[in-house]
Design a binder for this molecule. Sequence first.
Ligand code: XUL
Ligand code: MN
Length: 343
Amino acid sequence: MSRFKYSVGPWNVHEGADAYGPEVRDSIPFEEKLKKFKEIGFDAVQFHDDDAVPNINNYTEEEIKVEAAKVKALLDKYGLVAEFVAPRLWFDPRTVDGGFCSNSAEDREYAMWRAYRSIDIARVLGCDKIVLWLAREGTLCYESKSPVDNTNRLVEAINKMLDYDKDIKIMIETKPNEPIDRSVCPTLGHAMAISAASKDPSRVGGLLETAHAMLAGLDPASEIGFALAMGKLWGVHLNDQNGMKYDQDKSFGVENLRAAFNQIKVLMENGFGENGEYIGLDVKAMRTEKQEGSYQHLINSLKIAKALEAKAEKFDYDFQKKCVAERDYEKLELYVMELLMGL
Ligand code: XUL
Ligand code: MN
C-alpha cells in the first residue's frame, strides 16, 4: 500500500513521433486514457491548457470554461482529480521567441492570455496549481535578449498571475535547456529566487523533474531536498535519464536506481504528499514500443516507485546512525547497495 498519490499527464501516452521520425502508434482517445489511468492506479491527472481544451485559440474565454467543464465531468466519471494546468507556451507561432520573455510585446500579451486561461481552466477542473515549464524562455542567440530583462519579465508575468487569482499557486518546473539553450530558470535554486522576488513568495514554488535535474548535472534527490527545505516543493515529475543528453523521460528508476531510491526516500522522510501533493510521473514510452505497450512505461514506473517505497520503509536508520557515528561511509554505501539488490 503506497503512502503516496500518483499523477500522470495525457501526453505521457503518445504516438512515438520524435525529431527524426513520425508517429509509430495510433492516437488513443482522451477518455480512454483517463479510464486506463484509473485502472493502472493513478489518482490525479496533469494537464496542459490545450490538453483540457484542444484548439484553445478558437474559443472565447467563456467557451473555454464550458469546454473545461466537460473535462471535469469526465474526471468525475472516472474518480480522478486534476493536479495542475500548465500553459503550453512553445507550440503557437506567437511563442517562437518565448512567451513571457519574448522580445515582442504582442507575443508577451498572448503568453499572458494563455496563462490566464490556464488559471480559468484550473478553477473549473477544481485545482489551484499552475505549472510553468518555461520551454522557450531564455536564449538561443545570447545577444538577442538581456538575461536581466528575461528574469524581470518572468517575475512580472508571475506577479500578474498572482493578481489575477488570489488563491492560485504557481510551480516553476525547472529545466536547463531543450528546446531553449540558456534557460531563464535552469534549477530549483533559480525557481526559489524567482519565488522570493515575486509579490507573494508563499504562492510560488517548484516542481522537480528527475531528467531535468540530470540535464543540469545535478542530483535529483538533492534538488528535491533543497526545495523541501524551503517549504516549496509542491510537485515532482519522476522519470529517468541516461546522462547529459537529450531529454529522455525514461521510466522511473530504469537507468539510475540508487538515485531513484534516494528521490523516494527524501520525499518519504519529509512528509511529501501530506498537504495533498502528488507524485507526478512524466515518462515516455520508447519509440520501439508497439500499440499494446502504450501504457507499459507507466505501469513499470509505478511498480518501481512503489517497490522503492518498500525499500525505503526497510531502510535501517539505526544502522545508518552507527555508520555516521563511526564515519564509515563505505559500510553505509554497501548497506544501501545490498538493500537495493535484495542481498
Ligand atoms: C518538458 C516537460 C513538460 C512539462 C509540462 O520537458 O517536462 O512536459 O512537464 O509542461
Ligand atoms: Mn515534466
